[in-house]
Design a protein around this ligand. Structure first.
Ligand code: PEP
Ligand code: MG
Length: 907
């Protein structure tokens, strides 16, 4: 015979039958399992039993029929409960009252049904009045049962009780609130409620057993009510689990010398090790949760209910020790005696999660590994960036939304051009939000001066997104409802119009945009001592020799290292302070956009076949680049620094073709001399490409104009030599972007290696260095064995690799279709944010294997935007990368994620 019912005392049997604690939770539900467990360890729990989730599933499966044996077992369990309490169910002399509550494996707060005070009827009520001497209490309890039974079990509309019966009664009596109601009033209302039930076509049953049976059925059925289904869909909970039903002796906090409360064993906001919660004297549990009356802080209970308080503190300690986790508990004190009604792991803020995990490890309650696992990498994000205060955000007008490109909260005034954004910020000290359709490299000065960035186009790897993330500027991109009118200096979204200078608030963590100012709080990493400790522990795990199984020769046996993408010495210093162990990507072209350099770069580009002019320009750029690299090597002394040679199409360095054309036309109309502008326009037109992302960029540019990268390599090695001579330890790694064919490397790399050797010889210093390539083009991955013979390292540029593997334009896809693809489930996630494992991810896996087969010691890493994404980091660990590289601000998240991956896949 199937066992459908377990008393709280039968937890050992449940464990034996279910096989594991997780299965016990599956069978008895989280609440039932914990009530049984508390009973086992001697904590006072009102006696009762759990009807299993299997019963629920069998009941629903059979078209709402109790499975054979269930009712008999429930009757037996009621008998056992009578024996434990010395009371009798449905009996007038010494009545036992029961509650009937849902409880699924995974908590679904408030989604399913509950019936309280089961077992009351007219006779029981009368005798309870004699027993307790408190008629008001008794009829208040009875009318609650009649109402709950009617609405939950029989499906009578709550309005029939609340508005129609009770409110009318109170109006007639001219009562302002329930506290005005006397015993006689509640008794009268109980009768009115019974009439309301009858009028709805039902009868309130006087038979206690019929009550409990029907209540059990109602809880079973509530598994499939709409709000429960919606909740499971939203929370990703399976619909096949079913709910258990917990039937438990009622205890009453709404009497003399009684009370009820909810508490956390530690502070759920800060993590402080101090019981935190609220209680109410003379009240029922719902009253605390519903906030009907102002509850008192738990500390005050020492005075009101001293014995109960002492016992409660003792139990909190015991529960924490037992579960090795912060608990969220509910209790009732009935006439001075404490009863625990629920315990579960407490939900907490990110800050509390970190503190509780570190404290518990230091207290010896959990291991360091467990502490690491208890904090999700995404939680770290909220600790590093300014965040909007929840209440302030809730009150604000959210009028647009887009892709959450760079986390954090920003509040400022709207400006539509980079120059204005910069001047308002720098000269007038204004907080600025730069709003653009999209951004370009020559907007960077405005972006850097802004508190936040909003664009109407582009996606997670658009220029705005990449730069914002790199510099830790909150940013929302691709807010497609935003229509910018540059002439009117306004933008609209829906029916809201925002003018230049107006305040808006941008939430880069969620992608929301608000009108006006929203309050924010700003943390700093240095102050977060607990987080720093936790990250050190994560590093320790990842750095453990043997933590990873090597798939083949050359694969790492330690976990992932975390490096950073940094272009400037200041970013490198920040990255190092945040724990980066190398630079995985320095995008050298960003340096070409500095105002004093751009004209030289443009002259170099426009030199055409004039090698002399080109070389002159490059000679002028060399000292700038050397100084940039010098600072980087010094900041990262002892660590590898990967410097990528010039990558973008050259037109990006030139004035905008359309704007220039407009200027030429306007000039002609006004009769100005536009010859120079016309000549420039003609030059720019020559550079025009239909598909610049697939055009003359990356290594192709080096093949066509080797002078540029020759200058860059000279600058790299001269800087490294100088830094070495000053006593630092430079480890340059030169990275060639966008390789598709090994012959491209054959063409350019030997020339560059020769320059490196020349410089070292001339300077008279030696240091280790590498030449390697980015893997961004599918063909490079497929021929990785060939490429690895020349390249000493691979770095996956997963932005371009995703673009070229899917055939999605990284600048347009999100705006045009990708957001819908993700919303409609055509794609599970945005592949520009999280690596698409079956496609791009598999491709990376194959590439690493092929590459290492040719060169076992091949260093493999990732420097696309995915390098800071926890799920992608897990994948990078699995396929045997040596490191992930991400923006300095994401380094802490990546360190924790690397620790998680090491633990998750530990050898
Ligand atoms: C990439 O493609 O992933 C990459 C890092 O290069 P970029 O984003 O500069 O093209
Ligand atoms: Mg790229």
């Amino acid at each position: 015979m199937n066992k459908w019912v377990y008393t709280f005392g039968e937890v050992a049997e449940a464990e034996k039958n279910a096989g594991s604690w997780d299965n016990v939770r599956g069978l008895l539900g989280g609440k039932g399992a914990n009530l049984a467990e508390m009973t086992r360890i001697g904590i006072p729990v009102p006696p009762g039993f759990t009807v299993t989730t299997e019963s629920c599933l069998a009941y629903l499966e059979a078209g709402n029929e109790f499975p054979a044996g269930l009712w008999d077992q429930e009757l037996e369990a009621i008998k056992a409960t009578e024996e434990s309490t010395g009371k009798k169910f449905g009996d007038a002399t010494n009545p036992l009252l029961l509650s009937c509550r849902s409880g699924a494996k995974i908590s679904m707060p408030g989604m399913m049904d509950t019936v309280l005070n089961i077992g009351m009827n007219d006779k029981v009520a009368e005798s309870m009045v004699e027993l307790t001497g408190d008629e008001r209490f008794v009829y208040d309890a009875y009318r609650r049962l009649v109402q709950m039974f009617g609405s939950v079990v029989l499906g009578v509309d709550d309005e029939a009780y609340e508005e129609e019966a009770l409110d009318t009664y109170k109006e007639e009596k001219k009562y302002a609130s329930d506290t005005d109601m006397t015993a006689a009033d509640w008794k009268a209302v109980t009768e009115l409620f019974k009439v309301a039930t009858t009028e709805a076509g039902f009868e309130f049953p006087q038979d206690a057993f019929e009550q409990v049976k029907k209540a059990t059925e109602a809880v079973f059925s509530s598994w499939n009510i709409k709000r429960a289904i919606d909740y499971r869909n939203a929370a990703g909970i399976s619909h096949d689990l079913g709910t258990a039903v917990n039937v438990q002796t009622m205890v009453f906090g709404n009497m003399e010398n009684s009370g009820t409360g909810v508490a956390f064993t530690r502070n759920p906001s800060t993590g402080e090790k101090k019981v935190w919660g609220e209680y109410l004297m003379n009240a029922q549990g719902e009253d605390v949760v519903a906030g009907i009356r102002n509850a008192n802080e738990i500390d005050e209970m020492k005075n009101d209910l001293p014995e109960g308080y002492a016992k409660f503190m003792e139990i909190c300690e015991k529960l924490e020790q037992h579960y090795s986790e912060m608990q969220d508990v509910e209790f009732t004190i009935e006439d001075g005696k404490l009863w625990m009604l629920q315990t579960r792991n407490g939900k907490r803020t990110a800050m509390a999660a970190v503190k509780v995990a570190v404290d518990m490890a230091n207290e010896g309650m959990i291991t360091k590994e467990e502490a690491i696992k208890r904090v999700a990498p995404d939680q770290v994000d909220t600790l590093l960036h300014p965040q909007f205060v929840a209440e302030s955000k809730a009150a604000a007008n959210q009028f647009a939304s887009g892709v959450n490109a760079s986390p954090g909260a920003a509040v400022g005034r709207v400006y539509f051009t980079a120059d204005l954004a910069e001047s308002k910020a720098k000269e007038e000290g204004q907080d600025v939000i730069m709003v653009r359709p999209f951004t370009k490299p020559d907007d960077v000065h405005g972006m850097l001066a802004a508190k936040g960035i909003l664009t109407s186009e582009g996606g997670a790897t658009s220029h705005a997104a990449v730069v914002a993330r790199q510099f830790g500027i909150p940013c929302v991109v691709g807010a497609s409802s935003v229509r910018i009118n540059m002439e009117a200096k306004t933008f609209t979204a829906g029916d809201v119009t925002v003018s230049e200078g107006d305040w808006i608030s941008v939430d880069g963590t969620t992608g929301e945009v608000f009108l006006g100012t929203v309050d924010a709080v700003a943390p700093s990493l240095e102050e977060q001592t607990d987080l720093l400790i936790l990250l050190d522990w994560a590093d320790e795990i990842a750095a453990t020799e043997g933590v990873r199984v090597a798939k083949a020769e050359g694969y790492p046996t330690k976990g992932l290292q975390v490096w950073a993408n940094a272009d400037y010495p200041e970013d490198a210093r920040r990255a190092r302070a945040y724990g980066a162990q190398g630079i995985g990507l320095c995008r050298t072209e960003h340096m070409f956009f500095e105002p004093e350099r751009l004209p030289i770069v443009q002259k170099m580009i426009l030199a055409g076949d004039d090698v002399k002019v080109r070389q002159e320009s490059l000679d002028k750029l060399l000292p700038y680049q050397r100084a940039d690299f010098d600072g980087l090597f010094e900041a990262m002394s002892g660590y590898p620094v990967i410097i990528r040679l010039i990558d973008p199409p050259l037109h990006e360095f030139m004035p905008d073709e359309r704007e220039l054309l407009e200027a030429v036309i306007a000039g002609r109309i006004k009769g100005e001399d536009v010859a120079e502008k016309e000549a420039l326009l003609a030059d720019i037109e020559v550079l025009h490409e239909s598909n610049p992302m697939m055009g003359l960029r990356g290594v192709r540019l080096s093949v066509m104009m080797p002078e540029i990268v020759s200058m860059q390599v000279r600058a790299i090695f001269e800087a490294a030599a100088d830094v070495k001579l000053r006593g630092f330890e430079p480890h340059p790694e030169v990275m060639i972007p966008l390789t598709g064919h090994v012959n491209e490397l054959h063409f350019i790399q030997p020339k560059l290696e020769e320059i490196a050797a020349d410089v070292m010889k001339a300077k008279g210093v030696e240091f280790t260095y590498k030449f390697g390539t980015m893997i961004e083009i599918p063909r490079a991955g497929l021929t990785a064995d060939e490429i690895a013979k020349t390249a000493e390292f691979f770095s996956f540029g997963t932005n371009d690799l995703t673009q070229f593997t899917f055939g999605y334009s990284r600048d347009d896809a999100e705006r045009n279709f990708l957001v819908k693809y993700v919303e409609d489930g055509i794609l599970p996630v945005n592949p520009f944010q999280t690596i698409d494992r079956p496609g791009v991810g598999q491709f990376m896996d194959i590439t690493v294997a092929k590459g290492r087969a040719a060169r076992p010691e091949l260093e493999c890493g990732i420097c696309g935007e995915h390098g800071g994404d926890p799920s992608s980091i897990d994948w990078c660990h699995q396929i045997g990368l040596n490191y992930v590289s991400c923006s300095p601000f994401r380094v802490p998240i990546a360190r924790l994620a690397a620790g998680h991956a090491a633990l998750e896949h530990r050898a």
